[in-house]
Ligand binder design. Structure first.
Ligand code: TRP
Length: 452
C-alpha cells in the first residue's frame, strides 16, 4: 500500500475538521430546529449536549482513527482482531453515504439559489409573492432540482478526487476563514433590518416552559449532526492526523468553531425571520424562504448592497455544505482504498455515482414521488429520520462503547495523551464521559425516538 496521506499542518487539521462540522446543519438545520423548540432555552441545552455528550464521542472517534490509521471498518478489525466489531465499522461506511445522498439535494438548492441571486432574481423586479412562491415551486419541480443536485455532487467528487492534501485540505483552508468573515457580514446586515429586534430577543430570552424531553433529544440529535458524529467522518479524518497533534485541542477547537458558527448563524437568520414576519417554527424551508424575501425587500431601497449580500449568503451556504459533504464521501473512499485496493479515482467516482442515484429519488420525493411513502414519510424525510434518529446515535454508541469498554484503557490513554506528553490531567474526566455519560445521552435519543 502506498504511504498514507497526512494533513499538512495544525491549521489544516482544524480547517478540515471544522469544515466537516460547519455546514448545512448550522445554517439550514439549526435555526429551524431552534425555532421549533422555542429559542434561547434550547440553545442552553444544545451547548450542554455538545460539550458533555457530543465532544466525548468526537474524542472516541479521534482515538480510534488515529490509533489505527485506517478507515472505519479496517480500524475496528485492526484494534479488535477476530471480533464482530468490524461489522459495526462497516455500518458506518454506509451511513455517511446515505446522509450525503439527501444532503446533496439541499446542497443543490443552495447552488440554485446562488444562480438566482447572481441573476438578480431576488433583488430585481420580482414581486414579493414571486419570491415567496419560488421555494415550494422549485423543490417540487422535476428537473431543476436534479440539475442542481448533479452540479453539487460533481463539485464534491471533484474535490475528493484531489486527495487529502491537494483536495480536501486545500479547499477547506480557503473556505473556512471565508465562511467566518461572510457570516459576520451577514449578521451585521441582519440585525440592522427594521423589525429584527424581536428575533434577537427571541434568541436571548429563555422560555423554559417549552423545554420538553423531546427538546432535549432534539438538542442531542442536532449536536450529533452538527459535529458530524456517529458515521466515522471524524474517525476517518483523525486517521490522517499526525501523531504529535494534540487530539484534545483539535476537538475543542472544532466543537467551539461549530458552536460559535451555529450561534452566529442563528443570530443572522432569526432577526431576518422576524423582520419578514415568518413563524420561526415553520420547518426546513425556513432559511430558503426567509432570506430571499428579505433580500427582495431591501433590494427596493438599496439594490447593490442587497445584491452583494444575497450572493455572499448563498456562497456561504454552498461553501459550508461542500466542506461537509466531502467529509462524508471520504469515509467510503477511505474504505474502498484501504480495504478493497481501489484507486482513489475509481472509488470516488463509483461512490459519488451511487450516492447521486439515491439523491435523485430524494429530490423527486418533493415532487413527482411525493405520494410514495415509507412508514408515512416521503423518501427524503425517511432518510433524514433514519440517519439522524437511528444511524448516527447507533454509530456514536458503537464508538463510545468500543473506546470505553473494549479498547485497553492504557491504549486509549496513550493515544489521547500522545504517550503521556499532554492532557494527562483531563484524561480521567474524558474517560468517564466516554464510558458513562455519552452512552447514556445516546440512550436518551433512542428512547425518545421510540416513545415520543
Ligand atoms: N456536520 C455537517 C453539518 O452540520 C454535516 C455532516 C458532515 C455530517 N459529516 C457528517 C452529519 C456526518 C452527520 C454525519 O452540516
Amino acid at each position: 500500500m502506498s504511504q498514507r496521506e497526512h494533513f499538512g499542518s495544525r491549521f489544516a487539521v482544524i480547517a478540515a475538521m471544522a469544515g466537516s462540522a460547519v455546514g448545512l446543519g448550522n445554517i439550514w438545520r439549526f435555526p429551524y430546529v431552534l425555532g421549533e423548540y422555542g429559542g434561547a432555552a434550547f440553545i442552553l441545552v444544545y451547548v450542554a449536549a455538545s460539550l458533555f455528550v457530543a465532544l466525548p464521542i468526537f474524542y472516541a472517534e479521534s482515538v480510534i482513527g488515529r490509533r489505527s490509521r485506517l478507515d472505519t471498518y479496517g480500524a475496528m478489525r485492526k484494534l479488535a482482531p477476530g471480533s464482530a466489531w468490524k461489522w459495526a465499522g462497516l455500518l458506518t461506511v454506509v451511513s455517511p453515504l446515505l446522509i450525503l445522498s439527501y444532503y446533496s439535494v439541499v446542497g443543490g438548492w443552495s447552488v440554485e439559489y446562488l444562480f438566482k441571486s447572481l441573476s438578480y432574481s431576488f433583488t430585481g423586479n420580482s414581486t414579493e409573492a414571486e419570491v415567496q412562491n419560488f421555494f415550494p415551486q422549485f423543490i417540487s419541480s422535476t428537473w431543476q432540482p436534479l440539475v442542481s443536485h448533479t452540479i453539487f455532487m460533481a463539485m464534491v467528487a471533484g474535490i475528493v478526487l484531489g486527495g487529502i492534501k491537494k483536495g480536501i485540505e486545500r479547499f477547506s483552508k480557503v473556505a473556512m476563514p471565508l465562511l467566518f468573515v461572510l457570516i459576520i457580514v451577514i449578521l451585521a446586515y441582519a440585525i440592522s433590518l427594521p423589525g429584527s429586534f424581536a428575533g434577537v430577543e427571541y434568541l436571548l430570552k429563555p422560555d423554559f416552559s417549552r423545554l420538553s424531553a423531546d427538546a432535549v433529544a432534539a438538542a442531542l440529535g442536532q449536536a450529533f449532526f452538527s459535529l458530524s458524529l456517529g458515521v466515522g467522518t471524524v474517525l476517518t479524518y483523525a486517521s490522517y492526523v499526525k501523531k504529535d497533534e494534540n487530539l484534545m485541542v483539535s476537538g475543542v477547537e472544532t466543537a467551539v468553531s461549530d458552536l460559535v458558527f451555529a450561534i452566529i448563524a442563528a443570530f443572522a437568520v432569526m432577526p431576518a425571520v422576524f423582520a419578514a414576519g415568518i413563524a420561526p417554527g415553520s420547518g426546513p424551508g425556513l432559511v430558503f424562504q426567509t432570506l430571499p424575501f428579505i433580500f427582495n425587500k431591501m433590494g427596493q431601497g438599496m439594490p447593490l448592497l442587497s445584491y452583494l449580500i444575497s450572493i455572499s449568503f448563498f456562497v456561504t451556504i454552498l461553501a459550508a455544505a461542500l466542506t461537509s459533504a466531502i467529509s462524508m464521501l471520504e469515509v467510503g473512499v477511505a474504505f474502498l482504498v484501504d480495504e478493497k485496493g481501489f484507486k482513489r479515482r475509481s472509488a470516488t467516482l463509483l461512490l459519488a455515482f451511487c450516492t447521486w442515484l439515491i439523491g435523485v429519488v430524494c429530490s423527486l420525493s418533493f415532487g413527482p414521488l411525493s405520494e410514495v411513502k415509507l412508514l408515512g414519510l416521503t423518501f427524503f424525510d425517511f432518510l433524514d429520520k433514519l440517519c439522524s434518529n437511528w444511524l448516527l446515535p447507533l454509530g456514536g454508541l458503537v464508538f463510545t462503547l468500543f473506546v470505553g469498554w473494549r479498547m485497553k484503557k492504557a491504549d486509549v490513554h496513550d493515544e489521547f495523551t500522545n504517550a503521556g506528553s499532554c492532557n494527562r490531567r483531563t484524561f480521567p474526566i474524558i474517560y468517564i464521559l466516554i464510558r458513562y455519560v455519552a452512552p447514556i445521552g445516546i440512550a436518551i435519543i433512542f428512547l425518545s425516538s421510540l416513545f415520543l
